[in-house]
Design a protein around this ligand. Structure first.
Ligand code: G3I
Length: 303
């Protein structure tokens, strides 16, 4: 196949990208998007600060623009993200009463998921809830501090009840290296959820890598999580300087794991990336494929 999505489909996988609604009118951007990608994640448009900027007041217009584009071009959607400590409006952060916050969180999840019901393949239900401090524990956030450890389970149960046909994912960064305390913390949570019947279907490994690419243990990490009975996905891939080797190693790790169901890069052209100056993506600023693009395409085609 001569496009990323078509090549990934050869082994039953998808190849996606983050999309910014404000760029859909750029024809260079949309041409590459619709030629190459079979899965779309809104880069910011489904986050709490956009969707519910004040309590009970919902704005789905930017997210709808992306979903409508994807539908028109046969692309599936990953929903990103329902519960996250960042890009959270200050009115949520100032709630100190547990029953109020629980009600607000559940209402946000049900309202957003109901709006998009039937149009989202997988939701990042909870994003980045684990700490970076080597403790393997949850990070401090209004959800953690007011509701306690149970907030993640509560969010997943609410999500399952709202849209039973959507896959429910936990998504995080720096959980690609098997021996890291953060990886182990997330692994323990997924294992616990599976053992107690808390609904979880997938784990998203953001995969924001340095120039060296993935850690040597990446494939081990993916297969160990998959062995718990969840799908694994690379959800926000970008690699500083985008060497062909680093991208190839990343894609190979996913292809080697049966339940690694797809890969999403976090933007199309280098100029679309949040990592300004790092040129971490597969297309240059003019929308032309870089050497890493050819390496990824070849790797996907040999799976
Ligand atoms: O839309 C406003 C605009 O109105 C305003 O004038 C401008 C001034 O700063 O800001 C614009 O909002 C920016 C928004 O992107 C849209 O461009 C925010 O400042 C900026 O902080 C925001 O950055 C996003 C970042 O998440 C926020 O945490 C990036 O685009 C987005 O790529 C990034 O994505 C995250 C994932 O969701 C989770 N994992 C990490 C990943 C990278 O940080």
């Amino acid at each position: 196949a001569n496009a990323l999505g078509a090549a990934a489909a050869g082994s039953g996988r998808y190849f996606g990208t983050a999309v910014a609604s404000g760029r859909l009118g750029d024809s260079t951007y949309s041409t590459v998007l619709d030629r190459e990608f079979t899965m779309v994640t809104p880069e910011n448009e489904m986050k709490w600060d956009t969707v519910e900027p004040s309590r009970g007041s919902f704005n789905f217009a930017p997210g709808d623009a992306i979903v409508n584009h994807a539908t028109a071009h046969g692309q599936r959607m990953r929903g990103h993200t329902l519960v996250w400590h960042s890009q959270l409006p200050s009115w949520v952060g100032s709630i100190g009463d547990a029953s109020t916050l629980r009600g607000v969180m559940d209402n946000h999840i049900t309202t957003e998921m109901n709006h998009y019901k039937g149009r989202i393949y997988a939701w990042d239900v909870v994003n980045e809830a684990f700490a970076d401090d080597g403790s393997g524990r949850h990070r401090s956030s209004v959800f953690q501090n007011v509701l306690g450890d149970g907030f993640i389970e509560e969010a997943f149960r609410t999500a399952r009840n709202t849209d039973p046909s959507a896959k429910l994912c936990y998504n995080d960064y720096n959980i690609e290296n098997w021996s890291d305390a953060k990886t182990q913390g997330v692994y323990r949570m997924v294992k616990d959820f599976k053992s107690r019947g808390v609904p979880i279907d997938c784990v998203g490994f953001q995969s924001h890598f340095g120039a060296g690419g993935p850690p040597a243990s990446f494939q081990t990490t993916l297969s160990n999580f998959a062995a718990l009975g969840v799908d694994v996905q690379l959800t926000e891939l970008d690699i500083a300087q985008a060497s062909a080797t680093a991208y190839t190693n990343t894609v190979k790790a996913c292809l080697a794991v049966t339940h690694c169901t797809g890969i999403t890069v976090w933007g199309i052209r280098d100029s679309d990336s949040w990592r300004t100056g790092e040129n971490p993506l597969l297309f240059d600023n003019n929308g032309n494929p870089k050497p890493a693009y050819n390496a990824v395409l070849t790797t996907l085609n040999t799976a």
